[in-house]
Structures are given as C-alpha cells and as structure tokens.
Design a protein around this ligand. Structure first.
Ligand code: GAL
Length: 449
C-alpha cells in the first residue's frame, strides 16, 4: 500500500480548511447581526450578484399555479433578464413547504423569497435572525398609504416591517353547488345558522346525496372548527388566540365542538386523505353540495368554467356574518441570500398594484391594496371587497399561520385530526386547553380584534 505523499497531504489539508471556512461564512451570514438594526441591503456587491431569483411557494393546485404564473409574468415583463427559479412544493396551507424552507435556511441556502403567512408564522424566522427588516421597501413603495392597518400590523415585529402581503383571503366561507341546491329547492340565503345548514344537509341526504358536506385533510378540518370558534363570538375567538382559553370545560369551546361533531356526521369518511382542492372538485362534480373552505376555492370553480351565482355560490359561515376571517400570504427578504437585489425587486412587484391585480383575480382572493382595479375581479371577489370594507371585525386564521404561535397551531391541527377520527368532545377540549397552557410563553402578541 502506498503512503500519501506530503504534497498530497498538504493539498487535502488546505481543501478541508477552505471548506470549513466557507461553511462558517455561510452560517455567519445567516445568524449574525440582530433583526432590529439590520436592513435589507446585503453586503454582496452588484458585481458579485448573479442576475437570478429563487422563489418557493405551495401554490400547486390548478388555479394557484395559474395565479403565481400571472404574478411571475409581471415580474418578467419588468426584468426580462432575470433567471427565475420557482419551486412549488405541494401541500395545502404550506405544511410541506415550511420544513423544506427551514432546512434550506439552516444550511445557508434560503431562497430569495418564499411564501409565508403574515403574523405568527413568520415569528420563528424572525427569532432565528433570518428576516431582513424592510421598512425601506414599505416607504419607497408608499405601502402604508394603501394597506389596511390590520394587514400592516400583521407584517411587523417590534414596530418594523419584515414582509409584504400579496393578497387577502377570506377563511369563513361555505361554497355550494348551485344546481344541487336549486334541484332540491334549498335557498342558500336561509342557511344562516348551523342548524339550518344541517337541515339542508338532511334534505340532500334523504335525496340520495350521502355526504352532502365535503371536507379534506386535517388542516381543513381545523379551519372548519376555528370558524365555529369564531361563531361563538369575536370576543371568544380573541380570547382563544390570546391564549386565554385554558379551561378544559369552557362552555363555548364545548359548544363549538358539539357543532363540529354534528357537522362531521354529514362529511365524507375519507377526509383525512383528501386534499383541499380534491374536496372542492367533489362539489364541482355534484358528489357533495357544500365545502367550508377559504376563498382560494373560488379560483378552482372559476378555472373549470363555472360561473358564480349560476353554477356555484357561497355563503358566509353561520354565526360569522359581518366578520372576516383573514388569511394573508406574504413574501420577505431573508438574510444572507444570493440575489438580494432581485429579492427586493420581487417584493416591490408582489406589493405593486399591477402585481396584485394580476395574481388575485385568478386566486380567488382580493388585493391587499385599497387602490386595486375592481373591474379585473369576479362577482364573488367584488362582494368580498365590499364585505372586507364593511366588516365589523377581522379574525386572523390560526390554521393558516397567522393567529396563534406555531407550536400551538401544529398541536391544534393534530387535535382536530384526532377529533375527526374519535369525535371525543371532552378529550379534544382537554387537549386544546392543555396545549394552550403549555405554549403560553409563546404568546407574544396581544390581538385586539
Ligand atoms: C392557504 C394560503 C392560500 C392557499 C391555501 C391552500 O394557507 O394562504 O394562498 O394557497 O393555503 O393551499
């Protein structure tokens, strides 16, 4: 066996030292500095910066991919020389994408921007020192003048901006197949209480539609249930997201669980393995009449050529009339990224009137800007715009990342998954109270709805 020559050993040693140095620089770039004083300006000089942009999102359903492509087209029209690498990760509400982005970030390879809900979901990234402060973008683009206060607050930590919104979705909507309701003489305007909805479901079942309400995997069950919590009153919802519902026999929580148990008696038994858009598709195909889902469902109905008011329609979930469940998607400028100039350009396009009026019409959402061009939006969206303006209260969705700390949210979704399976009210109420109690120290934002 040959022994290594001294020269080979030296070369190997130098390679190892350089590799270690490179790794530490990457880690330093990610975790050094503090959020409060950092700005989005990177130390990479323009000469070093490759003209590229990497983006991650979870918009993979047919209407979602249409919407993100429409937004990318606006960017490309302004910056035709930028090479864009968009990486969509399947999995509604981002539960698959988030771990992917977190690992990339920890390895020093965060994308230049990624989809992230406003509010609590951004907190772990902020705490890890991963987000650049972007007050400069908010002021250079005049965003404070056109974004509603509640959305501004949701994009801030400690009084500074760390993200820009691209949309405002509504969570508390029940979608229906209008042909089915017409056929059985069900007037959607009468479905203002859960009991009225359940009576309509009974009627449909008596006419052979065995699962009149369609529901998807556990996060969608959690979104149904949080809507029922909101239906117990905005003050109760506010207490819930402020971590104040810590008793396992809270009468409003028990009442909401009873409503949910009854609701489940009308839903499909394969919900646990059904994606949100597959559940919508069943309503499209008349296999079910109703589906409580955020208004990203509007995009799916529309894309298959259905017309709002003629083929499908929506009602505000019982008990939540006049209040608006908020789901807000944002992008940000992660620290230490390879293409900081293009990250900033992306944020400017995301927040712009042209960008939002290209993205939201296909997505089902409304623009987060008050100066959007309403003529570009459909009948549902125009009614959502007016509901948004006149809402008495807004409640941030827990399921979709905004309302409560991340650990609570993940536990809550697991509790709802279990509840769908065992429908044990006392067990669920107890699990919910105890997870609130265990995560109390994470509640660092006081919502005043
Ligand atoms: C929400 C997100 C929406 C939509 C939906 C389904 O959390 O905010 O934009 O994508 O998930 O994936």
């Amino acid at each position: 066996m040959h022994l290594m020559s001294t020269r080979v050993k030296i070369v190997i040693f130098v390679v190892i030292v350089l590799a270690l140095a490179g790794t530490s620089i990457l880690f330093y770039r990610f975790f050094s500095g503090n959020n409060q004083s950092s700005s989005s300006k990177s130390q990479i000089t323009p000469q070093q910066e490759v003209n590229a942009l990497t983006i991650y999102d979870w918009w993979t359903s047919p209407s979602e991919s249409t919407a993100i492509h429409d937004l990318i087209n606006v960017f490309e029209a302004q910056y035709p020389d930028v090479a864009i690498a968009a990486s969509p990760v399947t999995g509604g509400a981002g539960f698959n994408m988030m771990p992917v982005v977190s690992s990339l970030a920890a390895a020093g390879q965060a994308p230049d921007a990624f989809q992230m809900h406003a509010g609590y979901e951004a907190r772990p990234y902020f705490d890890a020192g991963l987000l650049s402060q972007i007050d400069d973008i908010w002021s250079s683009q005049g965003l404070k003048q056109v974004m509603p206060d509640i959305i501004q607050q949701m994009c801030q930590f400690d009084g500074h901006f760390y993200s820009v919104p691209v949309d405002v979705h509504r969570s508390n909507v029940i979608w229906y197949n209008k042909k089915i309701l017409d056929r059985y003489h069900i007037d959607p305007a009468t479905l203002t209480t859960w009991n009225a909805l359940f009576s309509a479901a009974d009627k449909l079942r008596a006419n052979g539609i065995s699962t009149p309400i369609q529901m998807g995997e556990s996060w969608t069950a959690a979104q149904v249930f949080e809507t029922m919590v909101a239906g117990e009153g905005i003050d109760f919802y506010q207490d819930w997201i402020n971590g104040k519902v810590t008793s396992s026999d809270d009468p409003k929580m028990i009442d909401a669980l009873k409503t949910f148990k009854k609701y489940l008696s009308y839903t499909n038994s394969d919900s646990g393995s059904l994606t949100w858009d597959a559940a919508v598709d069943r309503v499209v195909k008349e296999q079910g009449a109703f589906d409580l889902m955020g208004d990203w469902a509007d995009g799916e109905f529309k894309l298959v050529g259905m017309q709002y008011g003629k083929d499908y329609g929506s009602i505000v979930a019982p008990g939540t009339q006049g209040v608006y469940g908020l789901v807000v998607d944002t992008f940000q400028h992660p620290k230490g990224i390879s293409h900081p100039t293009n990250s900033d350009r992306w944020l400017e396009v995301v927040a712009s009137r042209a960008g939002q009026d290209a993205f939201n019409p296909a997505k089902g959402s409304i623009s987060s800007r008050s100066d959007s061009d309403a003529t570009k939006y459909d009948t549902y969206q125009r009614s959502a715009m007016s509901d948004f303006k006149s809402a008495s209260h807004y409640f941030p969705s827990v399921t979709n990342g905004s309302g409560a700390p991340r650990e609570f949210e993940l536990n809550y979704i697991a509790i709802m998954g279990n509840f769908v399976a065992d429908q044990n009210i006392l067990k669920a109420a107890d699990a919910m109270a105890s997870t609130t109690f265990k995560t109390l120290s994470d509640y660092n934002r006081v919502w005043s709805l």
